[in-house]
Write a protein that binds this ligand. Structure first.
Ligand code: FAD
Ligand code: NAI
Length: 507
């Protein structure tokens, strides 16, 4: 009984502790300290983008040492791993967005933010041209920002490989607007299929949801879509439910090519059990407003053309280089062979350029284009810049002390000791190791409350899939959410969609 009483007290204290800490975090978030003004004597760092790389850099960077200017057309950070859940309303989109204004308000020195696209970078004049492409424009829509140091973290755009009709007729899944468009279109297809007198052929087409690209984006979206259908649409509109079908098209012999063989097999079996039709070795060649034209490679190597009618088409075939990055590549002779982004060295410096660094999906550093890589690169660069500022401060202190030693030889022994101490510090600060990526593993949701995980475990790898992995997936992503606010909202969304079902109203 005594043990029980102690356990009870401990639980009680932990609950109070967690509650108190959450209240403190919320209070601190709402009442940030006053900030210093920008200082014209400090160097200016211009950061392009508000994605995984740039925001992680901003978090780490000590703004006391620099004036920081952020430019991005998106005035929020987006937690992309939960974006597929927004397409069906499992999670509401605002739950995975964090305003950049809130993020920069917590820095010591004021950070300037401009909602704009960087349209060109002039590495010789060290200026970035920015353009306001938002709906509401003022009289000034374009201007230049000078930089001392520039960080390019603009991510990537959707790859279409120039396949005709893709841009005009399909939905992508990269931004909040894409997820909202998909959510609206799913319900539009379903409601149109239920329209009085709709022909059988048309119902079949409208209820056919086609996903092109069997990478993690395509697989996660297909899983979410099938869940939405099984758990909500089927119950609410049973008369057309037998016609609902999800097809996942992949050009390679299997889906999730970057995962281990065991998890690929597990994923494909699970998707088939969920009644998702997987078409591998199928390359989409053309898209029209109602059909996808593809070429299937048969087991004997022969090719066969197929025409697949669809209601909703989601295109998830990976990344392509953004125009701003292509433009910068064309201005730097050493980058002429760069095809997939800005080639960087082991300190993430853009090769052949002065004072320009690149991080995340727009940089080619030899790693996969993932959030994990981008955030580690941002964090590394933030640390590197902090070190550079410390180095400059120490060097200038040593210089001042050496000069004073010449002027006041009386204090020379004490000053010499101080210089020696500072020089030791300087050697430590200057000893910066190159960027090293530490892979924590890969996770993907595959539908019906199952997930797959390829994670680093001790010195080896652990490949696992199923319902327990799904709980791990949820807790991992919850812990990685940007803020306490995001975490609370995501938990509430999960509870809400479980208790009341997903909202099927079409906004
Ligand atoms: P982004 O996060 O894409 O940010 C780019 C920023 O640059 C944006 O703010 C954009 O508005 C801005 N920008 C664009 N053009 C300009 C311009 N001209 N000027 C200024 N700013 C500009 N990775 C994982 O590791 N795990 C996952 O579970 C995972 N899930 C994903 C799910 C989905 C649906 C998607 C699409 C991706 C997922 N990824 C995941 C990949 C991950 O999101 C990317 O690798 C990551 O976002 C790259 O970070 P970034 O900072 O380079 O670019
Ligand atoms: P991807 O590049 O990983 O996969 C795209 C797939 O589309 C490829 O398998 C390719 O063979 C296929 N494809 C290309 N053209 C095709 C065509 N014409 N017809 C049929 N199939 C075609 O792209 P994805 O999934 O968008 O991911 C981009 C990056 O983001 C990757 O690095 C990925 O690891 C990361 N990501 C990670 C997630 C996770 O860890 N859970 C989730 C989503 C993305």
């Amino acid at each position: 009984r005594k043990t029980f009483r102690w356990m009870w007290r401990l639980t009680y204290l932990s609950v109070i502790g967690v509650f108190g800490y959450t209240c403190y975090v919320i209070y601190d978030d709402r009442n940030p300290e006053p900030q210093f003004e920008q200082d014209p004597t400090k160097k200016t760092i211009v950061v392009l983008g508000t994605g995984w790389g740039s925001v992680s850099l901003l978090k780490k960077l000590d703004t006391e040492n620099y004036n920081v200017v952020v430019v991005s057309p998106r005035n929020y950070f987006l937690f992309t791993p939960l974006l597929p859940s927004c397409t069906t309303g499992t999670i509401e989109h605002r739950s995975i967005m964090e305003p950049v204004r809130t993020i920069v308000r917590h820095k010591k020195r004021a950070v300037k933010y401009y909602e704009a696209d960087a349209s060109s970078i002039d590495p010789d004049r060290k200026v970035v041209t920015i353009v306001d492409n938002s709906e509401i424009k003022g009289k000034t829509m374009q201007t230049e920002i000078p930089y001392d140091m520039l960080v390019v973290g603009v991510g990537a755009e959707n790859a279409t490989f120039g396949i005709p009709g893709v841009r005009e007729h399909s939905c992508f899944l990269k931004e909040i607007g894409d997820a909202q468009r998909i959510r609206k279109k799913i319900m539009d297809c379903v409601e149109t299929a239920a329209f009085k007198g709709q022909s059988e052929e048309e119902v079949n087409r409208l209820m056919h949801m086609v996903v092109v690209g069997g990478g993690p984006t395509g697989v996660e979206f297909a899983g979410e879509l099938q869940d939405f259908f099984e758990e909500d649409i089927k119950k609410l509109i049973p008369e057309i439910s037998p016609r609902f079908k999800v097809t996942l098209i992949e050009a390679l012999p299997n889906v999730l090519p970057s995962f281990s063989k065991q998890l690929i097999d597990y994923t494909e079996n699970t998707l088939r059990e969920e009644k998702i039709d997987i078409k591998t070795k199928t390359m989409v060649k053309k898209v029209t407003d109602t059909t996808v034209e593809a070429e299937i490679t048969n087991p004997d190597g022969s090719k066969q053309s197929v025409v697949i009618p669809y209601g909703l088409l989601v295109w998830a075939t990976g990344n392509a280089v953004r125009p701003i990055v292509k433009d910068l590549i064309s201005r730097i002779p050493a980058q002429q062979n760069s095809r997939r982004g800005l080639a960087v060295n082991e300190y993430l410096v853009v090769q052949g350029a002065r004072d320009i660094w690149a991080i995340g999906d727009c940089a080619v550093a030899g790693y996969a284009p993932t959030a994990q890589v981008a955030s580690q690169e941002g964090n590394f660069l933030g640390g590197l810049f902090n070190n550079m500022a410390k180095t400059e401060n120490l060097e200038s202190r040593i210089h001042d002390l050496s000069s004073s030693m010449n002027l006041n030889p009386g204090n020379s022994a004490e000053t010499a000791r101080e210089i020696e101490h500072l020089e030791k510090q300087l050697r430590r600060v200057k000893d910066v190791k190159p960027f090293h990526y530490s892979h924590q593993g890969s996770l993907a949701y595959i539908g019906s409350e199952k997930a797959v995980a390829d994670v680093s475990w001790w010195n080896g790898n652990l490949a696992t899939g199923g319902s327990m992995t799904y709980l791990f997936w949820r807790s991992a992503y919850l812990s990685m959410c940007f803020s306490t606010r995001n975490r609370v909202l995501v938990i509430l969304d999960w509870l809400k969609s479980k208790a009341f079902g997903r909202d099927v109203s079409r906004e």
